[in-house]
Design a binder for this molecule. Structure first.
Ligand SMILES: NC(=O)C1=CN([C@@H]2O[C@H](COP(=O)(O)OP(=O)(O)OC[C@H]3O[C@@H](n4cnc5c(N)ncnc54)[C@H](OP(=O)(O)O)[C@@H]3O)[C@@H](O)[C@H]2O)C=CC1
Ligand SMILES: CC(=O)C(=O)O
Ligand SMILES: [Mg+2]
Length: 754
């Protein structure tokens, strides 16, 4: 078990939240709001019709509004992670984070609501009044014991699922992990001796579920800040703690832990010492789940007890026992059957489904999401990772089925197999493929040149790239300004970055020879080559790349795309039998479209169009898509006729000759390519479904479309991605943000265009 792999500075964490649109969420309309008619339908007078329909039949709200897929993440900030009571406002970043996780992992729309009161009754009243808005309520980071009263009252008063995530979400995941850890260490629930540190929301709920599964009451010692909760203790007690008091001589955690099989930490940072771990039974099971800093760090626990199974709540160590593995999928299943509640049966079904998934063989494509490591059920893999795309299908369907079997589903699912298919389809392959691209880069770290390292945005990207573990940034720039800027960015060890400066680089003479060799018959003198190597960072970087000093390169923020390309092409050739060009990827809600050539060839001829189609199909396939190419035009199959269609038709004919292993068709207008109803007017069309690759007739239309879509579609655009150059190099745009640069650098490192 290694050190934490993910590092970041405080400044980086703040910038992550403040950059661009502040915070982590925004709301997007799901219906067009473009015309007067749209307005009439969406708002007055059209909206009166669904209003009346819902007044007549409240269940219609699930069909006519967003309610059925909308979950509120609600907190008063009294127990923010393990940071304590920092108030409602300070809890907002965590609650926005939970809302984003709902969306990312289970396509559940979610909004954070921070309620500024510590008065239990006022909180209950505020939340219960929200029932019309939401399909479910996820309570979060509310301290015990108020959370128990709040949840119970709301469950009684509301007819939608109310779920306190820190209690039950955590309990479900901890139970799943424990089932597997016990199996690996050859223990049975009935014999286990367990110590629980913490007696709050998470600790009480975990203990209750684990006792319900079979660990005897007398075998569990619970501790809080005052030490052991023993029978007869009077100070700092409440009814929830009393329920777990046992007769024992132990008074401190150090006493209690002697000989224990399992430690369950849901308390605070550093509460468990290495000495205590040494006192545990053979093959101890240690779940140190306090966030953000666990009760003990895995390397410390492992050093004390190499035979231990160790889990934390964090994503940067193996065995992440965190409620993120549960709540998105539990609500997905509950919402899909319009469950009135989330009951014990649904929770146990979720725990069993998660535990069983970890014992299954990890398929190839999933292995990539684990950083290419072969994950096999064992001490460092007792629980699936949150990025495991199988979780959605497996957990949500188990929860939905349990809701149906236990009689709380208002809309049972008729065809479970079809439902599982729909769950799979809710996940856009690009999202998980991108996660895989990141993990591929991490698994095999490459040296990536950041050619414009004196730019702050580039340096920030390089720092993120390094801290994310995606590879080794190789910075091109003058040492002093680069080091000074790294310090400004809060980097503790700027000297650990490799910086290359053309003024002092020993590589310069051989670079000049190489460049002069390439350019002498293109009108350049040796002194021109010297000047270019010394002054031009793209030339210097490209020469480093071509001389094998690094594996990939990212540039583009200080010069226009065309100028950057001219500089690169002085050094780098096209790949054999390929042409360089650009792809923009538009990542839609459930589909992805690749558009090419958006950057290089102004007026591609027929051969070039066919070539662009073939190369784009290869990239799309590499990113998990079955290519379906449409050659776009203003004209569809000859209508209207025109003078510009010849080379498009010829490109289709070239592919007809070559018989490539993907679908293609043309010429056609974009609506024919993308809208199945319009495509149906052309029954002879050879595409089996809407196109996912759009080959544009020329740079004008391609580049304009990509830029318009980018401006209108925001960060759903990836690219431009440069294809067809002999070395992995990516040219960003001058407006790129640090995170866009990191994505491109990772794509270059993972060589997705190879
Ligand atoms: N990994 C995961 O998925 C999750 C982890 N957690 C973590 O669990 C912890 C508790 O959260 P939650 O239950 O919501 O909060 P609560 O405020 O409801 O409970 C906190 C509990 O921890 C106890 N505690 C605090 N410090 C210590 C200490 N040094 N030694 C012993 N007990 C201590 C408190 O004791 P007292 O009663 O005496 O005040 C209290 O019982 C947090 O760190 C949180 O991040 C929570 C949910 C999910
Ligand atoms: C993970 C979580 O919900 C917590 O630490 O509070
Ligand atoms: Mg929490």
């Amino acid at each position: 078990m290694g050190e934490s792999k993910i590092e970041f500075s405080d400044r980086e964490a703040l910038l992550f939240h403040s950059e661009g649109r502040p915070g982590k969420i925004e709301i997007i309309a799901s219906k067009p709001m473009a015309t007067q008619r749209d307005l009439s339908l969406a708002y007055s007078p059209g909206v009166a019709v669904p209003v009346q329909a819902i007044a007549d039949n409240p269940a219609a709200a699930y069909e006519l509004t967003a309610k059925g897929n909308l979950v509120a993440v609600i907190s008063n900030g009294t127990a923010i992670l393990g940071m304590g009571n920092l108030g409602a406002l300070a809890s907002k970043p965590v609650m926005e984070g939970k809302a984003v996780l709902f969306k990312r992992f289970a396509d559940v729309d979610s909004i954070d609501i921070e309620v500024a009161t510590e008065d239990t009754q006022r909180f209950i009243e505020a939340v219960e009044l929200l029932e019309p808005t939401f399909g479910g309520i996820n309570l979060e980071d509310i301290a015990a014991p108020a959370c128990f009263i709040i949840e119970q009252a709301l469950r009684e008063r509301m007819n939608i699922p109310v779920f306190h995530d820190d209690q039950h979400g955590t309990a479900i995941i901890a139970a799943a992990g424990l089932i597997n850890a016990l199996e690996l260490t050859g223990r049975e629930l009935k014999d286990v001796k367990m110590v629980v540190n913490g007696a709050g929301a998470a600790a009480i709920a975990c203990t209750e579920l684990i006792k319900a599964m079979g660990v005897p009451h007398k075998n569990v010692i619970m501790c809080d800040r005052e030490g052991v909760i023993y029978q007869g203790r009077t100070s700092g007690m409440d009814q929830w703690k009393s329920a777990h008091a046992i007769p024992t001589e132990a008074r401190s955690l150090a006493d209690a832990i002697k000989g224990a099989d399992v430690f369950l930490g849901l308390s605070a940072a550093d509460a468990l010492s290495a000495d205590m771990v040494k006192d545990m039974a053979d093959k101890p099971i240690i779940f140190a789940m306090a966030n953000p800093v666990p009760e003990i760090l895995p390397p410390v626990a492992k050093a004390a007890r190499p035979d231990a199974i160790i889990a934390t709540g964090r994503s940067d160590f193996p065995n992440q026992v965190n409620n993120v593995l549960g709540f998105p999928f539990i609500f997905r299943g509950a919402l899909d059957v319009h469950a009135t509640t989330i009951n014990e049966e649904m929770k146990i079904a979720a725990a069993n489904a998660i535990a069983a998934l970890a014992r299954e063989t990890v398929p190839e494509e999933v292995a990539a999401a684990y950083g290419g490591e072969s994950h096999k059920f064992g001490n460092d893999y007792i629980i699936p990772a949150p990025f495991d795309p199988r979780l959605m299908e497996v957990v949500a369907s188990a929860v939905a089925k349990a809701a149906m079997d236990s009689g709380v589903a208002q809309k049972p699912i008729a065809d479970m197999e079809k439902y599982r298919e729909q769950l799979r389809a809710r996940q856009n392959p690009t999202t998980s493929v991108l996660a895989n691209v990141y993990e591929t880069a991490k698994a095999n770290p490459k040296r990536v040149i950041f050619a414009e390292a004196e730019e702050e945005v580039v340096l920030r990207a390089a720092v993120q790239f390094k801290n994310g573990g995606y590879g080794i940034p190789v910075l091109v720039g003058r040492d002093e300004p680069v080091l000074a800027k790294l310090k400004e960015l809060g980097v503790d060890d700027p000297e650990s970055f490799e910086i290359h400066n053309s003024v002092s680089s020993p590589l310069v003479p051989s670079m000049v020879d190489k460049l002069y060799g390439r350019l002498q018959r293109r009108g350049y003198l040796r002194r021109d080559a010297i000047r270019m190597v010394n002054r031009d960072r793209n030339i210097f970087g490209s020469l480093m790349l071509s001389m094998g000093q690094a594996d990939a390169m990212i540039t583009g923020v200080t010069r226009t795309f065309a100028q950057t390309m001219r500089e690169l092409r002085r050094v780098l050739d096209a790949k054999p039998n390929q042409i360089p060009f650009g792809i923009h990827i538009m990542v839609g809600k459930s589909h992805t479209v690749f558009i090419a050539d958006t950057t290089v060839n102004e007026r591609p001829n027929a051969e070039e169009l066919a070539q662009i189609a073939e190369q784009t199909a290869r990239v799309a396939r590499q990113m998990g898509h079955d290519p379906r190419v449409a050659f776009l035009s203003y004209s569809t199959f000859g209508n209207p006729p025109g003078n510009w269609l010849g080379n498009i038709r010829e490109a289709v004919a070239i592919l007809d000759e070559k018989q490539p292993n993907f679908e293609y068709e043309g010429e056609m207008a974009p609506d024919v390519a993308l809208n199945p109803k319009v495509m149906a007017n052309y029954p002879f069309c050879r595409l089996s479904a809407p196109a996912n690759i759009l080959i544009m007739p020329g740079l004008q239309s391609a580049n304009l479309s990509a830029k318009i879509l980018r401006e209108l579609g925001g960060d759903k655009t990836i690219g431009p991605i440069l294809v067809g150059v002999e070395k992995p190099v990516q040219v960003a745009t001058m407006a790129s943000t640090a995170s866009e640069l990191v994505t491109l650098a990772v794509m270059a490192a993972a060589d997705i265009t190879k």
